[in-house]
Design a protein around this ligand. Structure first.
Ligand code: ADP
Ligand code: MG
Length: 238
């Protein structure tokens, strides 16, 4: 499961309305990309869904259940942070185990989940290394592993590849797409990079100043951009 509904979700910081009332449905299993220029509200929207920010008004539902007032840990979602959020002094295994340990999960269940995540991410041979002994791509996979073991209803990514070099970014893009197919769960992926949006998404949400300019598949947006902003951003010929 992993259906997320936003119903007139609004966010104000002080007097500034960063997200005007916004409606959006993300279907179970969908790979949804929020795309738009820097400062348009992508991270804020993701953090509202994750529960890391409180909505000013409106409602968020996860699999039909109201989630607006639930703390992040109770929403059943996992935010993937950039790989530099790893603990350098801990092994890969311990880094991945950390959220489960904090939750007091039995050791054998922790082990089962770590083994599953390591298999899905091709990290089985690296579990006893420390982050400093890994490549950038491997470190990013460990950060994803830490989310997988929570077996979330959806994964939330905020520009996870922005601190990787260009060549590595291309590879990681493919790995994340492959992981989406393997795990068959909802993923919401934030980026300002239109190439990432066009190559990875089932559904693209184009944002400008907190407003949804258009929602559609990459092909729909390419063929029929609603306005010049979308056309310009997506690189459509129109
Ligand atoms: P993006 O991720 O698309 O670059 P953000 O969601 O980070 O955009 O920011 C959207 C707007 O909200 C920006 O104008 C930013 O300055 C503002 N903003 C974000 N977080 C805060 C905050 N905690 N307090 C005040 N303003 C914020
Ligand atoms: Mg951001």
């Amino acid at each position: 499961m992993g259906r997320i509904t936003l119903d007139k979700v609004t966010k104000q910081f002080g007097d500034v309305q960063v997200i005007p009332p916004l409606d959006l449905t993300i279907n179970d299993g969908e790979f949804v990309v929020f795309v738009g220029p820097s400062g348009c509200g992508k991270s804020t929207l993701l953090r509202l869904i994750a529960g890391l920010e409180d909505v000013t008004a409106g409602e968020i539902r996860i699999d039909g259940k109201p989630a607006t007032d639930l703390p992040p840990a109770k929403r059943g979602l996992a935010m993937v942070f950039q790989s530099y959020a790893l603990y350098p002094h801990m092994s890969v295994r311990k880094n991945i185990a950390f959220p489960m340990k904090m939750a007091g999960m039995p050791e054998d269940e922790q082990k089962r989940r770590i083994d599953n995540a390591a298999r899905a991410l091709n990290l089985t041979d690296y579990l006893d290394r420390r982050p400093g002994q890994l490549s950038g791509g491997q470190r990013q996979r460990v950060a994803i592993g830490r989310a997988i073991v929570r077996e979330p209803a959806a994964f939330l990514f905020d520009e996870p590849l922005s601190n990787l070099d260009a060549a590595l970014r291309v590879g990681m893009r493919m790995e994340i797409s492959e992981l989406h197919k393997k795990l068959d769960t909802t993923m919401i992926y934030v980026t300002h990079d239109q190439v990432e949006a066009m190559t990875m998404a089932d559904k693209i949400v184009v944002l400008r100043a907190g407003n949804i300019e258009q929602v559609g598949s990459p092909l729909e947006l390419y063929k029929a951009p609603r306005n010049t902003f979308v056309a310009g951003f997506i690189g459509s010929p129109k």
